[in-house]
Design a protein around this ligand. Structure first.
Ligand SMILES: [Zn+2]
Length: 276
């Protein structure tokens, strides 16, 4: 896919599943299960959607999936389905791990930074040997010292071994020309979304502000969010603008529609051209 002059690759690290109740917060199951049916363990299937942007001068990896370091017990709990694997998806497009210049993580939950590191001969090392990794300093510090409420979302082995290649951001900014991050609190305090822009075309990796298209309605907010009212404010600020400005939006966990353009109809934000 092209975005202006940039090559825009939507990549998958496979699928996993999380409890449907946790995924939809205050929304009753009778409503959410119509959109995303639960399995016998009340889990819903989710994608692990990542993006590789080739700007011509930089190859930028946005999110790194869930990786291959979870043991059998976790693989069962989270129903990990590696029918797609991020390194293989890159290779299929002729992109080697050493070709990636920049890695951006929206935040460091384990389903967003799995391939930041890999194990080789029992040692953990950065998966992308030449890349600079970009994360908000506040997210990094929180990931190393989470609260009792969100401890299960962080696995230090997934990100810490890439520290020497990491650049710690404090606030919004351009990472490379055409790729910019914007701090968008709610899911975590320091979550950053990613804007990509070339020749007037724009895309937004919206991360867990809107994990799937089922989360477009304003009150459909995950129970995981540490600051749900800030997620609500972020959605009300961002979504009408994304619709009005024809931005291509990437949903990190939608298992069927990883990206779409939005429209506002009767005050509701919907995906354009896709069944709701
Ligand atoms: Zn998350």
């Amino acid at each position: 896919m092209k975005l202006g002059a940039f090559d825009f690759h939507l990549l998958s690290d496979g699928f996993f599943a999380l409890d449907g109740g946790q995924m939809f917060g205050v929304v009753p199951k009778t409503l959410w299960e119509k959109k995303m049916p639960a399995d016998s363990r009340n889990r819903i299937r989710l994608g692990l959607n990542c993006v590789l942007v080739d700007t011509g001068s930089h190859k930028v990896m946005i999110e790194t999936g869930i990786g291959d370091k979870l043991d059998a017990r976790f693989a069962d709990i989270y129903a990990i389905d590696h029918s797609a694997l991020l390194p293989a998806e890159l290779e299929k497009r002729g992109i080697g791990l050493a070709d990636v210049d920049v890695v951006i993580n929206s935040h460091l939950h384990f389903d967003h930074c799995g391939w930041n590191t890999r194990r080789e001969g029992g040692r953990l090392m950065p998966t992308f040997p030449r890349a600079r990794y970009f994360i908000q300093r506040g997210e990094w510090e929180h990931a190393l010292n989470p609260t009792e409420r969100d401890r299960a979302s962080y696995i230090e082995e997934f990100f810490a071994a890439a520290e020497s290649q990491t650049e710690f951001l404090q606030g919004d900014g351009e990472v490379v020309p055409g790729v910019r991050v914007e701090v968008t609190p709610g899911h975590t305090r320091h979550l950053q979304i990613v804007w990509i822009e070339s020749q007037g075309e724009r895309a937004c990796f919206i991360s867990d502000v809107v994990p799937t298209r089922a989360h477009l309605p304003y009150p459909w907010i995950m129970a995981f969010d540490l600051y749900p009212l800030e997620t609500l404010a972020s959605k009300k600020r961002l979504l009408p603008r994304l619709a009005a400005e024809d931005v291509l939006v990437v949903f990190p966990h939608d298992p069927q529609v990883p990206c779409a353009r939005l429209a506002e109809r009767d005050g509701k934000i919907v995906v354009r051209g896709v069944a709701p």
